[in-house]
Design a protein around this ligand. Structure first.
Ligand code: NAI
Length: 467
């Protein structure tokens, strides 16, 4: 059989890879996409962002039914959870979405190969589909194989007792005691899911605060809210090992110079992810990786090998689906001779707890560290009418602006629907908007979004609805 040849072959069908493939096909390149999972969508759609959002939504409704319905005069006498049905609902969300993406990609003219792609040299890729192996040739190759969960030295994730997010999205019953190692996005999201389901959740975090990439005041406010929801936190706590005994697991840690142990039925390892660059044949093609296994690229996503590129979690930068997507689009455009570009200064970041924590641009702490002269405006949701009417008063909006030019440098939000609300801030920042621009933009009343306007007004100490 003749070897199939393409202008562009992409290895990895996650949000970075499949979006890159669609854009490349739109631009007229003959494009192939190789994916080893039975479905496209990568970690995000199959075992990450999407199933976790489905479970967060289900458990938010559960929380409402158990804790809040009564005060609205809604009587739900006996609320119980059917875990298999909840999981089935989550699985159906995933399967509908990945089917849709699969169809979309093919209809856009992309040829999909199911199997594991390995570089044989700088232009040849072998696709091992189990029963069938084939070799394809590419003028240009994009590596988009994503990332896998990391663990800690000496702690092996067995997928049963000590798990990663891969398994914590599919427990068949509610663990009585769940220890979460790491208070980042995964730890806080899945910790919230299982806490709402009835687990006693203890989160152990190495750094002095949770959600540590956000400003200290934002992260402290978030911690207070999660504590009220029933989560227990041990910050400044370095987990050193997990012992398995007859009655369960013992998580061992050093907390502020003292030894700490916490008993658990399951342990969720949520200490970050690492680039998945192994077994890709990089050495055969001569592609360089850095000390953390990430493929080294320049600002145009070029590796050290002329015709090979890389995007997404596999390269430096935040491990976010939307960052990977934007890189995929920009790279396809660059390859097609167009001016593709990603604005790394304004990439939104969200933790999908309730309320959600969202940010874009520079935080106050980061701006100060960088020696910038800034003005900061804050507005509490307790002063927002829509928040009062919808039980959403927990949280705050914060606008960080340049003290001289008034340009918005960053926005941080703790709010219900924070993931949606950050989009307006991103748009203002994308166009180089000032705090004054936000303050003079008419916002519908009553909405949570008015809090962004009020925080922008607070930058010049003229908020209308707070002191
Ligand atoms: P993360 O990097 O966000 O958080 C890991 C946390 O573990 C850090 O706070 C770190 O200080 C802590 N840690 C490290 N070693 C520790 C130790 N020995 N003991 C206790 N704590 C320790 O990583 P996470 O939450 O696992 O997420 C992985 C990646 O996936 C991240 O890049 C994240 O941005 C991304 N992701 C994004 C989501 C979103 O956008 N909502 C959702 C899920 C994941």
């Amino acid at each position: 059989m003749a070897t199939k040849k393409f202008n562009l072959v992409i290895i990895g069908g996650g949000p970075g890879g499949y979006v890159c493939a669609i854009r490349a096909a739109q631009l007229g390149l003959s494009t192939a996409l190789i994916e080893k999972r039975p479905t496209l969508g990568g970690t995000c759609l199959n075992i990450g962002c999407i199933p976790s959002k489905a479970l967060l939504h289900s458990t938010e409704m559960l929380h409402f039914a158990k804790e809040n319905a009564a005060q609205h005069g809604i009587k739900l006498d006996k609320v119980s959870v059917d875990v298999p049905t909840m999981m089935k609902k989550k699985d159906s969300v995933v399967s509908n979405l990945v089917k849709g993406v699969g169809m979309l990609v093919e209809k856009k003219g992309v040829t999909v190969f199911k199997g594991t792609g390995t570089l044989q040299d700088a232009h040849t890729i072998e696709v091992d589909g189990g029963r069938k192996k084939e070799t394809i040739e590419a003028e240009k190759i994009v590596l988009a194989t994503g990332s896998v969960p990391s663990s800690l030295p000496g702690i092996e994730c067995d997928g049963k007792d000590i798990v990663t997010s891969d398994e914590a999205l599919s427990f068949d019953k509610v663990p009585e005691r769940l220890v979460v190692i790491g208070a980042g996005a995964i730890g806080l999201e899945l910790g919230s899911v299982w806490s709402r389901m009835g687990s006693k959740v203890t989160v152990m975090e190495f750094l002095p605060r949770v959600a540590a990439t956000y400003d200290a005041d934002v992260s402290k406010a978030a911690e207070r809210i999660f504590k009220k929801q029933g989560l227990t936190f041990h910050t400044d706590t370095k987990v050193t090992g997990v012992d398995k005994g007859k009655k369960g697991l013992t998580v061992k840690a050093e907390a502020k110079g003292k030894k700490l142990t916490v008993e658990a039925d399951k342990v969720l390892m949520a200490v970050g992810r690492k680039a998945f660059s192994e077994k890709l044949g990089l050495d055969r093609a001569g592609v360089k990786v850095d000390e953390r296994g990430r493929v080294e690229t320049d600002h145009r996503f070029r590796t050290n090998v002329e015709n090979i590129f890389a995007i997404g979690d596999l390269i430096k930068g935040p491990m976010l689906a939307h960052k990977a997507e934007e890189e995929g689009v920009a790279l396809a455009e660059l390859i097609a001779g167009e001016p593709g570009h990603v604005n790394y200064d304004v990439i939104p970041n969200v933790i999908y707890t309730e309320p959600e924590i969202a940010s874009a641009g520079m935080g106050e702490d980061e701006a100060k560290k960088a020696g910038k002269k800034i003005k900061v405006g804050k507005f509490p949701l307790s002063a927002n009418g829509r928040a009062l009417a919808t039980d959403a008063t927990e949280g705050l909006f914060k606008v960080i602006a340049d003290a001289e030019t008034d340009q918005v440098l960053g926005v941080q939000i703790i709010s219900a629907h924070g993931s949606e609300l950050i989009a307006a801030a991103v748009a203002h920042m994308e166009y180089g908007g000032s705090a004054e621009d936000i303050a003079r933009t008419v916002h519908a009343h009553p909405t949570l979004s008015e809090s962004l306007k009020e925080a922008a007004l607070a930058v010049d100490k003229r908020a209308l609805h707070s002191l």
